[in-house]
Design a protein around this ligand. Structure first.
Ligand SMILES: [Zn+2]
Ligand SMILES: [Zn+2]
Length: 277
């Protein structure tokens, strides 16, 4: 039984998003027939991490976090009984910042109904590069690591580390857009398949009882044109009975539902509870 739930939605608290109100996202989701959604704003990055993107706007500021939680609680109450809203965060896994991330989750975890763990930053040569910021930032990684294959390898190794890292009792139970490394795939083609790296991740996801963000945002990226992850990964996930939760990754209310009609699975579910089982 497929559930039309959107588990990956941004908000006006996103510094690189739009100022569309929380209500406008919810109303759009209701209009499209969704049963619920999770607001998963980019969590504040560790205070001692220097955001490598030009405007340093990858995550919410620490100062805004309480305001975000209050606003989501408020809208959750106002739609109570009519439409399900969960309070969540998209948390970055940053290699080398595990302790800080765990401390952050320990602090805010009790306020979360749901959360996503994503890799956007790649650690190399004593620095970090944002993988999905632009084709130029991706190219920087290709040059630094030597090949497109090496970027994929490093990305999937980082996703695997995110899975095995000790991030405490409130570690997110869902991996965000696990094939984000494909965002610019039409420009940076892969000659050697990295499928074994992906299936290793899926085995570990299954072992830990986690789920996957089945993310529609890639379908509207001109150099990607397919969901994250692509259908062969979805087939592998389904054969392992890994729960798939659709995510629009909308950064504006009109982005709600994006890519939904291009998903290859009809076996979608809503998020598992975040608290320790
Ligand atoms: Zn974003
Ligand atoms: Zn993301």
């Amino acid at each position: 039984m497929s559930e039309k739930y959107d588990g990956h939605v941004h908000s006006p608290f996103c510094p690189h998003g739009t100022s569309d109100s929380l209500e406008s996202y919810v109303e759009k989701a209701i209009k499209l027939g969704f049963t619920g959604l999770t607001f998963t704003e980019h969590a504040p990055l560790p205070a001692n991490f220097i955001d490598p993107v030009p405007l340093n706007d990858s995550g919410m500021s620490h100062q805004q976090l309480d305001e975000y939680f209050n606003a989501v609680e408020k809208i959750k109450d106002s739609y109570h009984g009519k439409f399900e809203i969960k309070c969540g965060l998209e948390v970055d896994y940053i290699e080398g910042f595990e302790e800080e991330t765990r401390a952050f989750l320990d602090k805010v975890g009790s306020k979360l109904d749901d959360a996503i763990l994503s890799v956007h930053f790649i650690h190399h040569n004593n620095q970090y590069t944002c993988l999905d910021y632009s084709p130029e930032s991706f190219e920087e990684l290709v040059n630094a690591l030597g090949s497109v294959e090496n970027v994929h390898k490093k990305y999937y190794e980082t996703v695997y580390r995110s899975l095995t890292a000790d991030l405490g009792d409130y570690k997110p139970k869902r991996l965000g857009h696990i094939s984000l490394v494909n965002k610019f795939q039409k420009k940076f083609q892969l000659d050697i398949s990295s499928s074994h790296l992906v299936t290793t991740i899926l085995d570990e996801v299954k072992k830990q009882g986690l789920s996957l963000d089945y993310n529609g945002a890639g379908t509207v990226k001109p150099l990607c044109k397919e969901p994250y992850p692509p259908s062969w990964v979805i087939e592998e996930a389904e054969s392992r009975k890994i729960p798939l939760i659709y995510g629009s990754d909308a950064h504006s209310s009109k982005g709600i539902g994006q890519g939904f009609d291009q998903l290859s699975s009809t076996l979608l579910s809503s998020p598992l509870p975040l608290s320790r089982s």
